[in-house]
Design a protein around this ligand. Structure first.
Ligand code: NAP
Ligand code: GLV
Length: 309
């Protein structure tokens, strides 16, 4: 029985393969491109797999995403739909995302960009900001990460609401479902995107959505670049409808050097590092999930491409 590993970056591939070999010493773990007998592959551990690769393993029992998102697997039109996909979400990934969002919400809430601008003029520019309970923060997507982020922001005192298909929300967080979208947007002074990328959510952060936010609202996108219509954000920033944007994910990654986001005075770019998964902690989660599957149990994070997330 073989576990096939594939990532576009050859160094990361070796890093993951070697860690998984340490964690699962009783399994054959190989670079997917070097597997001579595709019949032997039972599991595939993947990030952005080449089109058709997973369909070439006739006995594939499950595909393990090296990350929380499964859009990079769903992008393969040849993916065998009956094979389940396991998302990888561990405590480190959750913690990192909570830290990232807390950092950027506090930065925007306390108007740090204004203070930094004032410092360049040596200006003693005192700003009285509202306190967190008077700041309304909205989270698009209240799944695993959205719920943890909501709890973190609630613990900091923010007035937190979330939007999801079901509208279910953790204690202390106001939940909105699809029919409540307009009301949710109208009150979100800082909007955070933590939606999965699916056909329904692609291009969601567009002019009609941004226009429903309170004038001068801020945006944090830590989900996927394809959620955002970049030109619509640039136009909204130009009109002052959006004050600031913190963007971790982009339509093209790495962000091309001539992209206007790099130099925009009210855009902060981070290089898809909100919650990077690493083979040390992520590998443990993957190894535990493979052991569960081998024992006939269903990992919590099991899903299907047809569900979308
Ligand atoms: P998740 O547990 O699958 O949760 C997804 C949430 O989105 C759920 O609340 C779901 O609603 C909601 N949703 C899905 N489709 C929707 C729709 N059409 N309309 C309204 N709500 C919808 O996902 P997660 O683990 O929290 O992760 C979210 C995303 O974060 C991932 O898919 C990935 O793209 C991104 N991510 C980014 C980084 C980074 O470093 N930037 C790191 C990790 C993850 P229900 O609750 O009603 O099902
Ligand atoms: C990272 O972007 C992930 O999906 O885990």
């Amino acid at each position: 029985m073989t576990i096939a590993v594939t990532l576009p970056d050859p160094e990361k591939l070796v890093w993951w393969r070697d860690h998984l070999r340490e964690l699962l010493p009783d399994h054959h773990i190989n670079n997917a491109a070097e597997i001579s007998d595709p019949q032997t592959v039972r599991y595939a551990v993947v990030w952005k797999p080449p089109e058709g690769l997973l369909a070439s393993f006739p006995n594939l029992k499950a595909t393990i995403s090296i990350g929380a998102g499964i859009d990079h697997i769903a992008a393969d039109p040849q993916y065998p739909a009956s094979v389940p996909v396991i998302k990888t979400i561990g405590p480190d990934m959750t913690q990192r995302m909570c830290e990232y969002v807390a950092l950027h919400v506090l930065r925007l809430h306390r108007q740090l960009p204004e203070l930094q601008k004032a410092q360049t003029r040596k200006a003693w520019h005192q700003i009285v900001t509202p306190t967190a309970p008077d700041r309304k923060v909205g989270i698009l997507g209240l799944g695993h990460l959205g719920c943890h982020v909501a709890r973190t922001l609630t613990a900091l005192g923010f007035d937190v609401a979330g939007w999801s298909r079901s509208g279910a929300a953790p204690d202390g967080v106001t939940g909105f479902n699809e029919s409540g979208l307009n009301r949710f947007l109208a009150q979100s002074e800082i909007l955070i995107c933590l939606l999965p990328l699916t056909p329904e959510t692609k291009g969601f952060l567009s002019k009609p959505i941004l226009e429903q936010l309170p004038k001068g609202a801020s945006l944090i996108n830590a989900a996927r670049g394809a959620h955002l219509i970049e030109d619509d954000l640039l136009a909204a920033l130009g009109k002052g409808q959006i004050s600031y944007a913190t963007l971790d994910v982009f339509n093209t990654e790495p962000l091309p050097s001539d992209h206007p986001f790099w130099t925009h005075p009210r855009v902060l770019v981070t290089p898809h590092t909100a919650s990077l998964i690493d083979p040390v902690s992520g590998g443990k989660v993957i190894a535990a999930n493979i052991r569960k599957l081998e024992a006939g149990h269903t990992p919590d994070a099991l899903t299907y491409i047809s569900r979308g997330y």
